[in-house]
Design a binder for this molecule. Structure first.
Ligand code: ADP
Ligand code: MG
Ligand code: MG
Length: 249
């Protein structure tokens, strides 16, 4: 599904990614851990196609196709979804309306017809039930006054509706409260599928108590420096990142 080879990326004259090699097969959940500033978020932005990064070397193959020359919207249409670290708050726009617009934007980019309202309602209802999102929440303005857990629930619902082939979740460095943590882990587990790959980026091990990944990678100074099974996360929890800080700088 996803194959990253020798990826180098910089912002201005600052080199951030320094040769990332990573493969995520279809149906697997991989975690990327690593010290602060190692380039985890940059990797997620570069995968999603955010502007402002110079890719100086390397390639990103998605389903065998090079995507580096494709803009973010096209990558989203192909099925790459990056969960927002800092959710938008849009007063005056009901969550439901936002979700419909997001889904129809994706369909438009794929050359598919807009969903009819009954079709959309059926989908949103199905996904909302699966993820325990209440109708009341869907009617409220997007993220306005939502708790951390509710924002995450909303984000996971958006992901469920868009049915990505590759979902990238980047946990903020500040971490999640217990409620939000449970929402994210239950949501990710509910959306695990043999057809979907997931990349869960986290500084902390505790999320991985609930989302048991197939593979754990450690990123340090812009490279994946180690990969292993779920036990690697426990080792990092016990030992911290001292061995990795500055390892490849
Ligand atoms: P992580 O998510 O692992 O904490 P980041 O990808 O956020 O790491 O950042 C990696 C490094 O790149 C950090 O030293 C950060 O300060 C730097 N960096 C990230 N984005 C930018 C940017 N837009 N301009 C300059 N430096 C950046
Ligand atoms: Mg950081
Ligand atoms: Mg980060």
């Amino acid at each position: 599904m996803l194959k990253i080879k020798n990826l180098h990326a910089s912002v201005g004259d600052r080199q951030i990614l320094r040769g990332v090699d990573l493969e995520v097969p279809t149906g697997e959940v991989h975690a990327i851990m690593g010290p602060n500033g190692s380039g985890k978020s940059t990797l997620s932005y570069v995968l999603a196609g955010r502007d402002g990064y110079d890719i100086t070397e390397g390639e990103i193959l998605f389903d065998g196709e090079e995507i580096l020359d494709k803009p973010a919207e096209e990558r989203a249409a192909l099925g790459i979804f990056l969960a927002f670290q800092y959710p938008l708050e849009i007063p005056g726009v009901a969550t439901m309306t936002f979700l419909k617009a997001a889904l129809n934007a994706q369909r438009k980019a794929r050359g598919e017809a807009e969903l009819t309202t009954p079709d959309f309602m059926r989908r949103v209802k199905g996904a909302a039930e699966k993820l325990n999102v209440t109708q009341e929440m869907l009617r409220r303005p997007l993220n306005v006054g939502f708790s951390g857990g509710e924002k995450k629930r909303n984000e996971i619902l958006q992901m469920a509706l868009l049915e990505p082939k590759l979902a990238i979740l980047d946990e903020t460095d500040s971490g999640l409260d217990i409620d939000a943590l449970r929402v994210v882990s239950d949501g990710v587990n509910a959306l695990r599928s043999p057809k979907r790959s997931m990349l869960v980026i986290t500084h902390y091990q505790r999320l991985l108590d609930h989302i048991v990944p197939d593979v754990v990678h450690v990123m340090s100074a812009g490279r994946i420096v180690r990969s292993g099974g779920p036990e690697l996360a426990l080792e990092l929890e016990a030992k911290g990142y001292a061995d990795y800080v500055g390892a490849a700088a």
